[in-house]
Design a protein around this ligand. Structure first.
Ligand SMILES: Nc1ncnc2c1ncn2[C@@H]1O[C@H](COP(=O)(O)OP(=O)(O)OP(=O)(O)O)[C@@H](O)[C@H]1O
Length: 249
């Protein structure tokens, strides 16, 4: 399977006195794969997600997406590549520009791949419909929506361009059960159709078990468990994994 994302020996410290949040951590994500990241609160899952997406630079080590250092994805020459790596945050405020209409925000990831504006609008309509958002969503701005609707808009923005990789950090946790199921089905459908890869961070063990092919568990800056989902759930090796499973039981 083609490797899409590689993190090699990445370390991240957030304070000079505390031990590093991530300590020389190495991982790979392949095309079509869902990798879940588990760990108790404060073990660095969000820090890892941001570092993988190129939003935080590691103190040591390197993250590459399709062989390109993620620090360089902001460059004009890598625009198409940038669109292929999307992140969905826990807090949708940070990913939506209050000045843009939703139509403008959702057109952005499509500009490099769909030239015709009518075709872009059709694609945007289709993802908004799939996420059960109102028909007039495109003309409106983020502040006109509820928190849950904004989260769905952020999800639509991440998925509209059919990216190769989505890093989802508690992306569906705040949504009610039926909307959550709808979003998870869209992710699975896109994975089947386009080979979408996912880095999936969630506290919800049932959702992780349903979605992930492989699970890693973080503890004290290290990956203490790494294996196929069913194996991790039925025969966990690390103490940290057993604790998480017990807490969820
Ligand atoms: N800006 C910051 N400055 C200093 N320390 C920070 C900062 N942001 C986070 N931390 C600390 O870094 C550690 C990792 O935080 P992170 O948010 O990555 O963990 P997490 O596993 O995502 O947690 P949660 O499951 O609670 O969301 C925590 O101990 C946190 O207190």
């Amino acid at each position: 399977m083609t490797t899409l994302l590689t993190a090699q020996d990445i370390s991240v410290s957030l304070s000079r006195t505390a031990p590093p949040v991530l300590a020389e951590l190495t991982l790979e994500v392949a095309q079509g794969e869902t990798l879940a990241v588990l760990g108790a609160s404060g073990t660095g899952k969000t820090t890892l997600a941001r570092t993988l997406a190129g939003l935080r630079h590691p103190d040591t080590g390197r993250v590459t997406f399709r062989g390109v250092d993620v620090r360089h994805l902001g460059a004009r020459t890598h625009r198409a590549l940038r669109c292929d790596l999307q992140m969905i945050f826990q807090d949708p405020y940070s990913s939506l520009d209050p000045r843009q209409t939703i139509g403008q925000a959702l057109a952005e990831p499509l500009l490099a791949r769909i030239q015709d504006s009518a075709s872009r609008t059709l694609r945007i309509e289709s993802i908004l419909h799939a996420l059960a958002l109102p028909a007039d969503t495109q003309a409106r701005r983020p502040h006109e929506f509820s928190g849950g609707q904004r989260q769905r808009i952020a999800i639509a923005r991440a998925l509209v361009g059919e990216p190769a990789l989505v890093i989802a950090d508690e992306a569906v946790s705040a949504l009610d059960a039926s909307v959550q199921a709808r979003v998870l089905n869209i992710l699975l459908e896109q994975q089947r159709r386009t080979g979408l890869a996912l880095v999936f961070i969630s506290h919800d063990m049932a959702v992780v078990r349903h979605m992930a092919h492989r699970v890693i568990v973080l503890d004290k800056g290290h990956i203490v468990e790494d294996g196929p989902t069913e194996k991790v759930f039925t025969a966990p090796q690390a103490v940290a994994t057993r604790r998480l499973l017990q807490a969820a039981a």
